[in-house]
Design a protein around this ligand. Sequence first.
Ligand code: SAH
Length: 354
Amino acid sequence: MIRYLERILNRALKGNDLSQKEIYYLLSLTQRNQLKRLFKTADRIRKKFVGEEVHLRGIVEFSNYCRNNCLYCGIRRGNRKARRYRMPPEKIVKWVAFISNKLKYRTVVLQSGEDLWYTKEKLVRIIKEIKKRCKTVVAVSIGERDYETYKAMRKAGAERSLFRFETTNPVLYKKMTGRSFVQRIQHIKWMKELGYQVGTGPLIGLPEATIKDYVNDILFLKKYNIDMAAMGPYICHSDTPLAGRPNGSVEFSLKMLAIARIVCKNIHIPATTALQTLAPLNGRQRALNCGANILMPNTTPAKYRKHYLLYPNKVCIFEDPVACRQCVTQLIYSLGRKIGEGYGHSLKLKTKKL
Ligand code: SAH
């Protein structure tokens, strides 16, 4: 069996595409030495295609109001225990100016629940103001809007979007979110069409997801030429209908990450906060060692941070952004890597425009 594994990995190293069957095989590996080989190969491919730079993206969670009711999510509409907040637009701009101009984050991700209080006009104003005052890339992660809103935000200066598909199994997607999978994918297509660099991927460990679903998740990233494979483990929140379900597995999440690197090659892959939450000692380090090249520290103001609980026990909830910046810098250096100095644009873009 080791021979079969070596054959697949060598083919990947030579730049070949892997078949559905081969990806299935890699996802099913459990033996320690085999996983070691897999992770090592992913690390080699990461080195070759993205180098030693780790890019930082600061996430600002500006509102936890949400019109949706996803079964897994702690800020779902139905969770009466969540204390809701909204950052006023001027405050968002001011805060982004601080983390960009002072802490030198070259990308800021504006994330929220699906909160229509922030109209197209408000979003455009926020983005324009940020682009005027800061040398930063703006990524939006605000869920589903209409085409015109994506277009207006893009025109205002937003260049990236973070928008997970959660699972490529349409039946499971419907069950978990109450929404249409076809519509979700349509939005990804719109964003691509509008020239956004798109980050998407699955929530790993959703109840009832199968290995076959995960194979399709990986193939989706490849097929749609996705710029960032944004995937992380599901963590059970007790104030949701999924209370009591097991968390996603750290090991399996690392496997997904490594395989995404091996299959997609020139793609950005973040080591997620959720992974670090499940493996507080070394989650991010392990991810960076098997394919990841992005860190997305939480840069939400402390006052709001404790209320943006998609899942419980989130790490760094009390850390101030200056300490956090030092902590990630330390982490990156300790692995012998360096902090990306540029904007960390998509590796699939030949020309970049700011
Ligand atoms: N509302 C926006 C963005 C915010 S949610 C959107 O839907 O795109 C960001 C991501 O958090 C979701 O896509 C989901 O994958 C993840 N998430 C939600 N609940 C989670 C949980 N319990 N454990 C881990 N990740 C979760």
